[in-house]
Design a protein around this ligand. Structure first.
Ligand code: 3PG
Ligand code: MG
Length: 417
């Protein structure tokens, strides 16, 4: 059933608690946390502007990172408040807590059009536990609840789910924000009834991450193009040699089942016919996460479906690029999730970038293109083509779960129209 949206609400003079997903990538520079990509902040501005225009008193809540219920200074939302103030050209009040007297007092003193950002809700373990008492404390300042945090809607946490239940029990409305509404429209309705041909491009490392999405899309798509390291699990299933490529040997069965289902349903299901391979060599060094640093030497095209024992598949090859880039322009609807190779390394980026150009070009000719997944968006940003696709999801895990057909708890908790 359709959910109430922020456009349906009368918010004049009311305190509106807005859950946003300001879980943005940050980095420490000269002792300060700097935001590397403000897309998730930018995408909430239409909702905030509408609420300001309608005279709401706005209280923003978000998580940042995974502080595990402890105060972690590097995961404070304070820098986000400064960024938001910059972007909106207006002051943003910040309180260094998300519940309690100070937060409540500040919220109650807001005038229509004022914005308050609360501190990281995950500084309390009760947030992820969806603790009812904590949800009730969060809800104290809220006459109305708006959820614009699509990226966190797959989490049944206090600020995404519990608080909506409390507000609804009091008879207050719980509505989707404009970003949430757009995400549900493009990843939901548009793909349920796609203009055809509907071409799906799926990449990324693991079959296990994508298998449920593949299974569901096999019922909707005309064509599925596979790239990324999950290729090698499919290759293994088909009896080929995969060398040192990333594989999930326990997923060979599901890979095979997907190939069978594609046949039964007459879905064109393409795997790469060639690859860029390289020799992985241990450097003896460890990276920041304590994992061994591997150097990839002598990259070259491998024209066979078998990969030599000492080599690893890193990207799709030129023949595959050509085949995929010939097919993509025939699409009327495109869904792309997951890079074709290790695009962070220039030597293995051509597959992903070529697909990005084909998707953008096809969109310019009238197709609808929907892009999901953090890595895909990162790659698209690197090509400078982000403005030339129809819709870029702000959700990573959330967009995958939604595409799998799962009910997202953050959406389910909103009021029906
Ligand atoms: C994300 O970036 O995936 C969302 O903000 C959710 O964060 P989480 O995966 O830490 O729950
Ligand atoms: Mg995540």
């Amino acid at each position: 059933m359709a959910k109430l949206t922020v456009k349906d609400l009368d918010v004049r003079g009311k305190r509106v608690l807005v859950r946003v997903d300001y879980n943005v990538p940050m980095e420490e520079k000269d002792g300060q946390m700097v935001i590397n990509d403000a897309t998730r902040i930018k995408e909430t501005l239409p909702t905030l502007e509408l609420l300001i225009e309608n005279g709401a008193r706005i209280i923003l809540a978000s998580h940042l990172g995974r502080p595990n219920g402890k105060r972690e200074p590097s995961l404070s939302l304070r820098p986000v408040a400064a960024k938001l103030a910059d972007m909106m050209h207006r002051p943003i009040v910040f309180v260094d807590d998300c519940i309690g007297e100070k937060a409540e007092k500040t919220a109650n003193a807001l005038r229509p059009g004022d914005i308050l950002l609360l501190e990281n809700v995950r500084f309390y373990a009760e947030e992820e536990a969806n603790d009812p008492a904590f949800a009730a404390k969060l809800a104290k300042v809220a006459e109305v609840y708006v959820n614009d945090a699509f990226g966190a809607a797959h989490r049944a946490h206090a600020s995404t789910e519990g608080v909506a239940r409390v507000v609804a029990r009091r008879g207050g409305p719980c509505a989707a924000g404009l970003l949430m509404e757009r995400e549900l429209k493009f990843l939901g309705d548009e793909l349920d009834n796609p203009a055809r041909p509907f071409v799906v491009i799926l990449g990324g490392a693991k079959v296990s991450d994508k298998i449920k999405v593949i299974d569901r899309l096999l019922e909707q798509a005309d064509t599925i193009l596979i790239g990324g390291a999950m290729t090698y699990t499919f290759r293994l299933a088909l009896g080929h040699k995969v060398g040192k490529s990333l594989i999930e040997s326990d997923r060979v069965g599901v890979a095979m089942a997907a190939l069978e289902k594609a046949k039964t349903r007459s879905v064109q299901f393409l795997l790469p016919v060639d690859n860029i391979i390289a020799t992985p060599v241990e450097t003896g060094q460890l990276n920041k996460k304590g994992r061994p640093v591997i150097e990839y030497q002598t990259p070259r095209v491998n024209d066979s479906l078998d990969i030599p024992d000492a080599e690893e598949g890193m990207d799709i090859g030129p023949k595959t690029i050509k085949a995929y880039c010939d097919l993509i322009p025939r699409a009327k609807t495109i869904l792309w999730n997951g890079p074709m190779g290790v695009f962070e390394d220039k030597r293995f980026s051509e597959g992903t970038f070529a697909v990005a150009r084909a998707v953008a070009g096809t969109t310019q000719k009238g197709a609808k293109s929907i892009i999901g997944g953090g890595d895909t968006v990162k790659a698209l940003n690197l090509t400078g083509l982000t403005d030339q696709v129809t819709f870029v999801s702000t959700g990573g895990g959330a967009s995958l779960e939604f595409l799998e057909g799962k009910v997202l708890p953050g959406v389910a908790a909103l009021s029906d129209k």
